[in-house]
Design a binder for this molecule. Structure first.
Ligand code: ADP
Ligand code: MG
Length: 318
């Protein structure tokens, strides 16, 4: 097929890589990623779309932190932001290999695929640094938690009766640091995997980048990526096929197409849960307000249909 291909930034949710209840073996993750890549391959194969892929990394980073903790006497633990980089490599590999094999089987093995270790610039004066809220890593006893607080300067919180955990800031993404490199790859018709896990948070001081222990919301970072690479479409793939009003109630209603104005109003009315659907809708609104053509929120299996306007929730200007 000829003609201009539309660039879509696809943000994969946690279920694209690990299903609830799974332990997270390499084989389990590869099998999930394979299914995910079948959906991505369908978009590419249609000849209508170019894709840039981003993804979550919660369980993967959680496991790296556990490994660091368990092995700290024999191998030096790495900072959280380094674990973020490690998870980008791990998940990037799984997508590169599965998507590459699938495309090769369809006679499209000539399409380059590359993962970019991505730093995302945040503001060191972001309010999030004053009030860290995002729990990460293992559970500790109160005693262990208090020791980490005084020895390492961690912020620790009691997590809903389940034990103590480290909490880190979740700042707003300002800029994808590798955006020029990503754009060049896209222009050279590569499929790019970038900004995994919301990216590696970095602050800029006196013109120098420096990693910080924080977690950027992957949907908000995905929106930044979509704007920074000039994509007309931003798509969030999760485990529900559409955004709902009155979610989980008898009055539940699926939304097919809504305007930014409607989306903001529904958000204001509290229809979208904080930490799950709320950031997705916020990212969608930001994207369209920044000049994007449309943002789509749907499930993995409906990805292609949703791009074609036959499924999911589409957010447009208005
Ligand atoms: P992901 O890993 O894809 O980011 P999340 O769990 O963060 O997944 O977000 C998806 C979840 O958002 C759904 O499983 C659903 O339970 C929840 N959710 C909260 N509010 C809504 C809503 N209004 N409509 C649909 N889903 C919602
Ligand atoms: Mg999420």
């Amino acid at each position: 097929m000829t003609g201009e291909k539309k660039l879509v930034v696809v943000a994969l949710g946690g279920n694209a890589i690990l299903q609830p209840g799974q332990r997270g073996t390499f084989d389990e993750q590869m099998a999930n990623v394979h299914t995910t890549c079948e959906q991505l391959a369908q978009m590419v194969e249609s000849g209508k779309y170019k894709i840039v892929v981003t993804h979550g990394n919660g369980p993967q980073v959680g496991n790296l932190l556990l490994q660091n903790e368990a092995g700290k006497e024999v191998a030096e633990p790495m900072p959280l932001f380094v674990c973020g980089a490690e998870s980008q490599g791990l998940i990037g590999l799984m997508i590169q290999q599965n998507l590459g094999n699938l495309l090769a089987a369809k006679g499209k093995g000539d399409i380059p695929i590359a993962t970019v270790v991505t730093q995302v610039v945040v503001d060191k004066n972001d309010d999030a640094f004053v009030n860290p809220t995002k729990p990460v890593g293992p559970f500790y006893s109160e005693e262990e938690a208090k020791a980490l607080e005084s020895d390492k300067g961690y912020n620790v919180r009691e997590d809903a009766g389940r034990g103590w955990r480290r909490v880190v800031p979740s700042p707003n993404p300002i800029e994808i640091n590798e955006k020029a490199a990503i754009r060049q790859l896209v222009d050279a018709r590569s499929i790019v995997i970038a900004s995994g896990g919301g990216g590696i948070p970095v602050i800029k001081e006196n013109g120098k980048l420096q990693g910080v222990d924080a977690v950027i919301d992957k949907d908000l970072a995905g929106e930044r990526l979509a704007v920074d690479v000039g994509a007309p479409v931003f798509m969030v793939l999760t485990d529900v096929d559409s955004v709902r009003l009155n979610y989980n109630s008898p009055e539940e209603k699926a939304l097919s197409q809504i305007t930014v104005t409607e989306a903001k109003q529904y958000a204001e009315e509290g229809h979208f849960a904080k930490g799950s659907m709320e950031p997705k809708v916020r990212a969608a609104v930001r994207f369209v307000e920044a000049g994007g053509e449309k943002a789509v929120i749907t499930s993995l299996d409906k990805a292609f249909d949703a791009l074609e306007g036959r499924a999911g929730t589409t957010i447009v200007k208005g």
